[in-house]
Ligand binder design. Structure first.
Ligand SMILES: [Zn+2]
Length: 93
């Protein structure tokens, strides 16, 4: 399984890290690491764009920063751990 597989998945569907981990049989940490690399390489690619729907708190709707790939563990606003993970999609520019 390669980064190309992740890119293909993200072109076809919106996915979060847990989805990708399950579909591709890789650990969450490995997927996060690959996504960081994909983001960097896509930044230099004029034809593709990585869209990130940022993580948010399920309880108070706090929105995490747009560029965070790793899942935050705790909401800084309400201090709870009910986090809706960020989701990712790759589109053609
Ligand atoms: Zn919160």
């Amino acid at each position: 399984m390669t980064r190309e597989d992740i890119i293909r998945e993200l072109k076809n569907h919106t996915n979060n890290v847990a989805n990708l981990s399950q579909k591709l049989g890789k650990s969450v940490a490995a997927i996060e690491n690959d996504l960081e690399h994909i983001r960097t390489s896509i930044r230099n690619d004029k034809s593709l764009k990585l869209l990130i729907q940022p993580a948010s708190c399920k309880l108070c709707d706090y929105q995490f920063q747009n560029d965070k790939i790793k899942l935050p563990t705790k909401c800084p606003a309400c201090k709870k751990e009910k986090i809706k993970p960020a989701s990712f999609k790759i589109i053609k520019k």
